[in-house]
Design a protein around this ligand. Structure first.
Ligand code: MG
Length: 241
């Protein structure tokens, strides 16, 4: 019998686990307001936007925020690409938007595992992580705009595994969405942690909470849990792919 795998690499999403997803929301709103202004319309109705955003957060799959915003506020879902492109121009992670539990978490992992970023982000996120002192901890830079693959496509995950030199069973992915983080990572055989903030639902269902190996509200204490609880025993179907 082969030795049981142990966790050798920790991959981390950025929006939600590391930086506040409100940075993304602010960029989407700024872009949508600007496109509406060009059409002679007033700014996006904030309460209506929040209601749509909360619906997307609750769903965790199948509903695109930018498609919904384009349909609701720009008159047609076909303007999703336009909204997407302008959002990219405004998307940044300003100083002060790093969650306070990230640095203690990364320092608790340092020297024990490879640490990787695995995120759908612009290249500028690298400078944000440098500014906030996290770059020295990061061994693998799986930034979609740099690598050329986006979650949930398996290519970004397999790229990160290869870059870290570990098998899927020796890696854990930490993210705050089921559709682009937990499900694609689990399908490849990685362990999964679901961080319940930002784009995660305010009130996750029992069925949603059953999907990741670990679900947490903060990163406090997570390093110890990764080493003691993962990789979790899986059913045959969970590692089928
Ligand atoms: Mg995220």
């Amino acid at each position: 019998m082969a030795a049981a795998p142990s966790i050798q690499a920790v991959f981390c999403d950025v929006g939600g686990p590391i930086y506040d997803d409100e940075n993304f929301v602010a960029a989407v709103l700024r872009a949508a307001d600007e496109l509406r202004a060009a059409d002679g319309l007033g700014p996006v109705d904030r309460p209506r936007f929040r209601s749509i955003y909360d619906g997307v957060r609750a769903e965790q799959g199948g509903v695109s925020l930018r498609a919904s915003i384009a349909r609701e506020f720009l008159g047609s879902e076909s303007r999703k690409r336009e909204l997407h492109d302008l959002t990219r121009d405004y998307w940044a992670h300003p100083a002060g938007t790093l969650y306070a539990d990230v640095m203690p978490f990364f320092s608790a992992l340092a020297g024990r595992v490879k640490i990787g970023i695995l995120a759908n982000q612009e290249e500028s996120v690298i400078r944000s992580l440098e500014r906030d002192g996290l770059a020295p901890y990061i061994d693998v830079w799986g930034v979609s705009a740099v690598v050329g693959f986006e979650k949930p496509s398996p290519e970004l995950f397999t790229w990160a595994l290869r870059a870290a030199g570990v098998a899927a069973s020796e890696a854990v992915h930490i993210g705050n969405r089921l559709d682009t983080d937990v499900r694609p990572a689990a399908a490849l055989g990685l362990s999964t942690v679901w961080v319940l903030r930002g784009e995660a639902p305010t009130s996750p269902t029992a069925a949603q909470l059953a999907e990741p190996d670990i679900a947490v509200w903060t990163l406090d204490g997570l390093a110890d849990r990764i080493f003691t609880e993962l990789p979790a025993a899986r059913t045959a179907s969970a590692v089928a792919s």
